[in-house]
Design a protein around this ligand. Structure first.
Ligand code: NAP
Length: 265
């Protein structure tokens, strides 16, 4: 059976559980024909265990995306498994507890700096570290949470995501001439480790399930994976600097769904 990623090789970050959005992308990418290499942060044996749950067990290379030495060595480590890549997924975020949960006015700069370093700056760092592997062009895809408005409890992570959206545009500007497309998928809430570490995250879950025009599953990450895979494939050859919402249509509407829609018939 042919897939939209037949013959492609991808580097996927951010896998720590089977619920990780990165895991969903790695799985769907393999189902669409890709060879996948994963990166793992710190707890490598855990990532290796999860990697074995993919349709085709994937190799894991170590990457702390804030560590300049590991970033500099990334291309060589990936080349131990594949000669080059066609795309890379950034699925990395972290904010210290003080930067989340409704403490916005009192958060210390050190906590804000950590959130932005991990969740925003690493998008650029990862793209640059992967450049030597994409000499014939490729795609960079990242995962966003809509930063056009202020949310409850999301606090400085929301600011970090606003920065991520800006980094996406600047990367598109600077990598376009190298034939590299750079796009974000803005996902609705999913019950992952990162989400569970946000106190009050239930507020998103309730709002989404009531408001998203298409409805929304908090546990099925396949719609997000499909959009990422499409952007990593050849199906979007002239799209860059874009943010694609995969949120059940939530961003487009202001209040809860109503079942009383007149069709005029
Ligand atoms: P997740 O499974 O917890 O994945 C987050 C990953 O980031 C983990 O693998 C984590 O590793 C890794 N990470 C943290 N610091 C790192 C570093 N310095 N270097 C390399 N990796 C690092 O949660 P997720 O929800 O799938 O998150 C993936 C992306 O989706 C994030 O950008 C998140 O903001 C975005 N997103 C999530 C949602 C949602 O509702 N879940 C919605 C929209 C967007 P460790 O666990 O080992 O620390």
């Amino acid at each position: 059976m042919s897939g939209i990623l037949d013959g492609k090789r991808l580097l996927v970050t951010g896998v720590i559980t089977e619920q990780s959005l990165g895991f969903g992308v790695a799985k769907y990418a393999q189902e669409q024909g890709a060879d996948v290499v994963l990166t793992g942060f710190g707890r490598l044996s855990l990532v290796e265990r999860i990697a074995k749950k993919l349709p085709k067990p994937a190799p894991v290379v170590e990457l702390d995306a804030t560590d300049p030495e590991q970033l500099a060595g990334l291309a060589d480590k990936v080349r131990e498994h594949v000669p080059s890549i066609d795309g890379v997924l950034h699925a990395i975020a972290f904010a210290p507890p003080g930067a989340l949960g409704g403490n916005f006015l009192n958060t210390e700069w050190a906590d804000v700096a950590k959130a932005v370093e991990v969740s925003t700056f690493t998008y650029k760092s990862l793209a640059v570290a992967a450049l030597p592997l994409m000499e014939n062009g490729g795609a960079v895809v990242g995962l966003d949470f809509d930063a056009q408005q202020a949310w409850p409890v999301y606090d400085w992570m929301g600011v970090a995501k606003a920065g991520l959206e800006a980094v996406n545009r600047y990367l598109a500007r600077d990598l376009g001439p190298k034939g590299i497309r750079v796009n974000l998928v803005s996902a609705g809430p999913q019950r992952t480790m990162a989400a569970k570490s946000i106190p009050g995250f239930e507020a998103f879950e309730e709002a989404w399930t009531k408001r998203a025009p298409l409805g929304w599953s908090l546990t099925d990450s396949e719609p997000v994976a499909k959009a990422c895979v499409a952007l990593l494939s050849d199906l979007f050859p002239a799209t860059s600097g874009e943010i694609i919402h995969v949120d059940g249509g939530f961003h487009a509407v202001g209040v809860e769904r109503t079942e009383n829609v007149s069709t005029g018939q």
